[in-house]
Write a protein that binds this ligand. Sequence first.
Ligand code: COA
Length: 152
Amino acid sequence: MNIRKLGIDEKAPMDLLLLADPSRTIVEGYLKRGECFVAESGGKLVGCYVLLPTRPETVELVNIAVAEAHQGKGIGKQLVMDAIQRARAQGYKTMEIGTGNSSIGQLALYQKCGFRIIGVDLDFFTRHYPEPIIENGIHCRDMIRLSLDLSH
Ligand code: COA
């Protein structure tokens, strides 16, 4: 698998990006302000993520997604580790990530990659998304904020 930055003339993989966030407006905002990376295997696009600078020395990993047929094979973990390496090489000191209270698998993945829970943005999803989001039988209402110190 090869992970590379999306070229400036290339179209962003919207179908994949929307797997991670149902709001096209929010995804388009991330693409404008951040850098999109894509993972290819056997000539096919299998995953993507966006690195979004937020504060001095802090970058947020947003819109990480693996194509449904390729999930559960370790690609998500490889994408997170690739994002960490690139952010560190670019001089960032902290990486942040946010996910829904109902995103059990994602919370497992991020903590397995070293992220710690640092806070909860109560009612983030109820405030910003018009349709209710249900995942794993849980109403997604709050955003769990996680952080990784890139200096070690
Ligand atoms: N409990 C415990 N561990 C779990 C788990 C659960 N319910 N679900 C996943 N995991 C673990 C896996 O076991 C694996 O750990 P391991 O390497 O120690 O076995 C790790 O999480 C990641 O698995 P991986 O195969 O790398 O994940 P993936 O390729 O399926 O990618 C996503 C993960 C989240 C990117 C992918 O499922 C996806 O694209 N989902 C839709 C988009 C999305 O939700 N994006 C994130 C928005 S915050």
